[in-house]
Design a protein around this ligand. Structure first.
Ligand code: SAM
Length: 220
């Protein structure tokens, strides 16, 4: 691993706003499960997750816009989370935290009905049929989200991948899920959806490559 990455991984444990993965064991249950808002944020505000958050651009952007909500950015890559956590600390954003875990184990970390909203921002598309189950909008992952979301809560997906977007629409149709907003070209067509102006690190790179950004908000 590169030296800078290693340093960031070791710095991660020094940051108060980062919770590191407790165990790879799928049987480990987080002590915060069911009590994130009360224990970690000291309030009862709505809880929003950003999955595959990388450097946490949505967590940071939304936390600034919505001080009455709590945000947790979730990713496995510690050096990326480090960037978001340092920015949150420097900007004194007290309503954002970062959680370093595999999203696959999300139900060990959050209790039923604990989460109010999920954003999935530029997840890896995992092209190729052998990797379909790793896609963060696969039926397996949607089942996990259902187990932690409040009833009627939404999932937002923002992606540059036409394949992942088409796949997600297929899953939505197969499961007969309600779509609330669908934008086929976030930066090229006019729409009324809020918060799509927040740009992520990957999104900026995709825009430089003239890629089309797509968005869907649905009830899983
Ligand atoms: C392409 S990056 C996007 C990062 C960020 N959302 C952005 O737009 O800049 C995808 C991220 O998803 C994370 N990721 C993919 N699958 C994951 C999983 N099962 N559990 C945790 N993180 C995952 C990767 O570590 C990576 O940081």
């Amino acid at each position: 691993m590169a030296k800078r990455k290693l340093e960031r991984y070791s710095d991660l444990s020094q940051l108060d706003n980062v919770i590191e993965l407790e165990d790879y064991n799928p049987d480990t249950v987080s002590s915060n499960r069911g009590r994130w808002c009360e224990r970690v944020f000291g309030n009862n505000n709505p809880l929003v997750l950003e999955l595959a958050c990388g450097k946490g651009d949505y967590s940071l952007g939304l936390a600034e816009r919505y001080p009455d909500k709590n945000f947790i950015g979730v990713d496995i890559k510690g050096d990326r989370l480090w960037r978001g956590a340092v920015t949150a600390r420097d900007q004194n954003l007290l309503n954002v935290r970062f959680l370093r875990i595999y999203i696959d184990y999300i139900t060990n970390y959050f209790a039923p009905e604990e989460v109010d909203e999920i954003w999935i921002t530029f997840p890896d598309p995992y092209l190729g049929t052998k990797k379909i189950r790793k896609r963060l909008t696969s039926p397996e992952f949607l089942d996990r989200y259902r187990q932690v979301l409040k009833s009627g809560a939404f999932v937002h997906l923002k992606t540059d991948s036409p394949e992942l977007f088409a796949y997600t629409k297929e899953v939505i149709a197969e499961q007969n899920l309600q779509v609330l907003d669908l934008v086929e070209d976030v930066h090229g067509e006019s729409h009324q959806v809020s918060d799509l102006d927040i740009l992520t690190y990957y999104e900026n790179m995709h825009l430089e490559d003239d890629r089309t950004i797509r968005y869907v908000r649905f009830k899983p």
